[in-house]
Ligand binder design. Structure first.
Ligand code: NCD
Ligand code: ZN
Length: 346
């Protein structure tokens, strides 16, 4: 039985770090295990320009505790007013690694996102030319589309048309939650990849709703039926380099989750790597964990994999994490998988 794993240091290809006191509290949780992360730009106001990204990167680096190494890979929030020249300059300077597309209204702080996709055509064409990838929140926002169908509808109505209209644009379909998403990425050729979160490999929609509403399992895209969770697991452990980890760790204080209209987001930065070791072991695929967390992402983003390593150990007793992370803004509940996990990062 495997009780120790040494992997190249992993990266997180989709992470929410927030700002201020929340940033200071959650950043060490990611930096402890991950070398780099794609940093989501959905602050209030969002990170839209190169100047915004530079200032946010500086705030992240200033919040990093002495002795921790971590490279924030910055993204720009695509709006209908985004200037292609500003994006190209940010890429040329090495400041940004991707641009993020939120359909307007799809999720937390996405009001400034895109309504009319024709308005961003020029930016997308420029990105294809200069080799800057597009990260996509893949849900339509039309009120008449059922929330459980929004990802599948997005593929047909938005994602596929964008890709056909912009040959050469490299796209990451983020936090895939359906078999439809897995199938689209798997059959989509070298210019598309998909990220998978830890929590979507663990929960289905029953975890949110059966036996009482559990706000800490509510995130967007919302967890779907069990058949979809199984498709995500199969993709994660398949060894297919089109799939890699993006935790979408998205902290909200308990007061904003445990309320009449709770925010979407699961906070998994603290235990993501241990939970993944558990999942990959369950699937008999521990030998493929390194590809998923440390190799496939850099290959798609055309970055070198990390040279440093991380050690995971499996102990006899269950690993215990605190229930909450204290932040200056209030407590944040750490994702509870609902079963014992004996893996830990040593
Ligand atoms: C994210 C957040 O809180 O910023 N929430 C979430 O449920 N994942 C936004 C997002 O990535 O959709
Ligand atoms: Zn997210």
């Amino acid at each position: 039985m495997t009780t120790e794993l040494i992997l190249r240091r992993p990266d997180d290809w989709h992470l929410h770090l927030r700002d201020g006191a929340m940033l200071r509290a959650v950043l060490p949780e990611s930096a402890r295990h991950f070398a780099r992360a794609i940093i989501m730009p959905n602050l209030v106001p969002p990170v839209v320009t190169a100047a915004d990204a530079r200032a946010y990167r500086d705030r992240i680096l200033a919040a990093l505790p002495a002795g921790q190494a971590f490279e924030p890979l910055m993204t720009l929030y695509l709006t209908e007013a985004t200037d292609p020249d500003d994006v190209a300059a940010a890429k040329a300077e090495g400041l940004v690694t991707a641009v993020k597309l939120y359909p307007a209204g799809a999720t937390t702080n996405s009001q400034s996102g895109v309504r009319d996709f024709d308005k961003v055509r020029g930016v997308l064409e420029r990105m294809a030319e200069i080799g800057l990838p597009l990260c996509v929140h893949g849900e339509v926002t039309d009120a008449e589309i059922d929330i459980f169908d929004r990802e599948a509808a997005f593929i047909d109505r938005v994602l596929d048309p964008i890709r056909r209209a912009t040959p050469g644009l490299r796209v990451i379909m983020e936090h895939i939650t359906t078999r439809d998403g897995v199938d689209y990425v798997r059959g989509g050729g070298p210019d598309i990849a998909g990220t998978l979160t830890v929590h979507h490999l663990i929960i289905n929609r029953n975890h949110i709703l059966a036996g009482g509403i559990r706000p800490h399992y509510y995130c967007l895209p919302v967890a779907k039926r069990e058949e979809h969770r199984l498709a995500l697991r199969a993709a994660a452990v398949s060894g297919d380099p089109s799939f890699f980890l993006g935790t979408d760790s998205a902290p909200h204080v308990d007061a904003a989750k445990e309320t009449g209209c709770g925010c979407a987001g699961c906070f998994t930065a603290t235990n993501a790597m241990a939970l993944l070791a558990h999942v990959f072991e369950e699937e008999g695929a521990l030998d493929r964990l390194e590809g998923f967390v440390s190799l496939h992402g850099p290959a798609f983003y055309r970055l070198p994999p990390n040279e440093a390593t991380i050690r995971l150990v499996k102990r006899d007793a269950a690993t215990r994490w605190p229930a909450k992370l204290d932040t200056g803004d209030g407590p944040v509940t750490i994702f509870d998988p609902g079963f014992d996990v004996c893996w830990d990062v040593a």
